[in-house]
Unconditional design. Structure first.
Length: 604
């Protein structure tokens, strides 16, 4: 697979590497290339001691780029990091400056709201904001502080545009375990069914989301942390250490000191553009599949790879899914949360299992050192204030959460490509029972998720159906997640009906028990064949065979015109008018839903 990706990416990767290598002009610090006026501006507000070092133009200067805000639980812990980082850098003869902040929005807050239509595009805004922060050419390395859904991919895409700089990612960690994710889901289903009022739902949600840190289910935020680990961009074992602990602070300080060792005037120079190569990208896909990670990364990993000149597509995810076993059961693919996953051995144990059967590249460049990915089979330990690393446990602490490669939960990764006369789509089946992997039922065509919610509450959906939600692609409305549909469709499925979802939109990173063909591409607004579906057409979704078809006579199907969509109501309010240019130029879902315009030739 890696050879195929390498061959496909030969021209674009070569152009990217040539560009970042040219940016690494010599062994001097980056700010040495600034004029005197530029330089004086760059450290005018620095503390006196730092200013002396910055003026001397010898010691490395580290950029801190952070997604901190104090409204969102995942980002609130980042408030303390800059002071820790600056002092840790001084302790090893370097400096650090807060180079810039990037926006961080929460899909949990905006789910089902108009603001959700800005969510996917916020990734590219974050990438641009990261590039703006680094554009001052004052910095010799970067620490990216971020956790959640679009933030980490955006930070990495932005960092890759300065690919000659070493970069380490520094997360905040998960909040403590509250109400179980399964109990939370049951409450949501009962509320959707009208059995519980809003007060009962809010009480349950507050028990689930109750303190600093990321949500504890294995959605996109926590999939991000696994990816940064398995792609060699964290210090080993950093992903799931809780905020507010001495170990979390020690890892943050150690990240600052480690990135100093990776700068250009060091023998260990490790630019991020060389860490993220074809092997690292394939490792990322393997990790995603082996842990049952978020479907959102069928977009984000494509965009991250493209930012490094690497071309991947859904065929790659599908082919790897056929041979990569599922080793983790974390909600929604199981009952455990990420804290229980960490206690059972976490990412380090999963990596060791995959390495043991040759399903990861060990010989990769990482921020941890020359031993490649074997570093990431270790976990951090804080003993008497000293941070060290030791081997992860030899065996899973809970075999119901982490399995061995010889006896996996499933022989495949549970992420599949669907193809047929409705286009190409992805489906996550690791949480779908085999009895529901094939659904053949009449279509119910809907223009948005609210139409389905209204029909459900009118009692019109108690039957077999395939909900076809149109006009939810990136060009139409920014491709919001449609997670609010999950409790409704799950209720119908639990009542014995054959139910599926087909849409050119996204589901949450917590895609669950109902079969959902998502990211259908081309999207309807781009003339995709999904727009030809009419209510009553028989739809067959076959996750076993990898097919997605409208069972309409071919001659009729060819002659049928796609529906004309009116998306004007998506284009104003809640800031949406500011994103008109992004909607117009965004690529398709399989191309990463990018607004940057990278082409196969590597042009921008």
């Amino acid at each position: 697979m890696t050879d195929r990706v390498r061959a496909r990416s030969a021209a674009t990767r070569a152009a990217y590497v040539q560009r970042i290598d040219a940016a690494a002009r010599d062994d001097s610090v980056e700010r040495a290339h600034l004029g005197c006026t530029n330089l004086a501006h760059g450290y005018a507000a620095a503390p006196k001691g730092d200013k002396i070092w910055l003026r001397q133009q010898r010691a490395p200067n580290i950029a801190i780029v952070s997604s901190y805000n104090d409204m969102l639980s995942a980002h609130q812990p980042l408030a303390a990091y800059p002071d820790w980082i600056k002092q840790a850098a001084r302790d090893v003869g370097a400096t650090a400056q807060f180079a810039g902040g990037v926006p961080a929005m929460c899909d949990g807050v905006t789910q089902g709201q108009a603001g959700m239509e800005l969510s996917l595009f916020s990734r590219d805004v974050i990438a641009m904001a990261t590039a703006v922060a680094l554009s001052h050419n004052m910095f010799d390395a970067t620490l990216c502080l971020g956790v959640c859904d679009k933030i980490v991919p955006g930070l990495l895409i932005g960092a890759l545009s300065f690919g000659h700089l070493p970069t380490i990612f520094v997360p905040g960690g998960p909040m403590g375990t509250g109400q179980s994710n399964e109990d939370k889901a049951k409450v949501r289903q009962r509320h959707a069914a009208g059995e519980l009022d809003d007060a009962a739902l809010l009480e349950a949600e507050e028990k689930s989301y109750h303190g600093p840190g990321t949500c504890t289910f294995y959605g996109t935020a926590n999939s991000n942390q696994m990816l940064m680990e398995i792609m060699g961009l964290h210090l080993p074992g950093t992903a799931f250490v809780s905020p507010g602990t001495a170990l979390r602070e020690a890892l943050t300080r150690a990240s600052a000191q480690r990135v100093v060792q990776l700068t250009r005037h060091s023998a260990q120079y490790t630019p991020v553009g060389h860490v993220v190569d074809e092997r690292a990208v394939v490792n990322g896909i393997v990790g995603l599949l082996a842990t049952g990670g978020s479907t959102n990364h069928t977009l984000h990993l494509v965009a991250i790879a493209r930012a490094a000149g690497i071309v991947i597509n859904w065929d790659d995810f599908d082919a790897l899914s056929n041979v990569v076993p599922l080793l983790a059961r974390v909600y929604p693919n199981g009952s455990a949360d990420v804290n229980a996953f960490q206690a059972a051995g976490g990412v380090a144990l999963v990596i060791r299992e995959l390495l043991s059967v040759g399903l990861l590249h060990a010989d990769v460049r990482t921020v941890a050192g020359p031993e490649g990915l074997w570093h990431y089979t270790q976990q951090p330990v804080l003993h008497n204030g000293t941070l060290t690393w030791g081997d992860a446990p030899a065996h899973s602490g809970d075999a119901s959460i982490i399995a061995t490669a010889q006896a996996p939960f499933s022989p495949d990764g549970g992420l599949r490509l669907l193809q047929g006369n409705l286009g190409r789509a992805v489906i996550k089946v690791s949480a779908v029972k085999p009895a529901h992997s094939v659904v053949e039922a009449p279509a119910l065509v809907l223009r948005d998720q609210h139409e389905l919610q209204e029909a459900y509450h009118r009692g019109e959906l108690h039957r077999d159906l395939v909900a076809v939600v149109l006009g939810q692609g990136p060009r139409a409305n920014g491709m919001p997640e449609l997670h609010a549909l999950t409790p409704l469709l799950t209720n119908l499925q639990d009542q014995g009906f054959k139910v599926a979802l087909v849409t050119d939109g996204r589901m949450s990173g917590a895609s669950g028990k109902v079969p959902a063909a998502i990211h259908v591409t081309p999207e309807v607004l781009a003339g995709g064949p999904l727009g030809k579906v009419r209510t009553g057409d028989l739809i067959r979704l076959d996750a076993d065979a990898g097919t997605l078809n409208a069972l309409v006579p071919e001659a009729e199907w060819v002659a049928r015109a796609p529906i004309e969509l009116d998306v004007s109501h998506y284009q104003v309010g809640t800031g949406r008018e500011l994103f008109a240019g992004m909607r117009q130029r965004v690529s398709g879902a399989e191309q990463g839903a990018m607004t940057f315009g990278w082409t196969e030739q590597g042009e921008t």
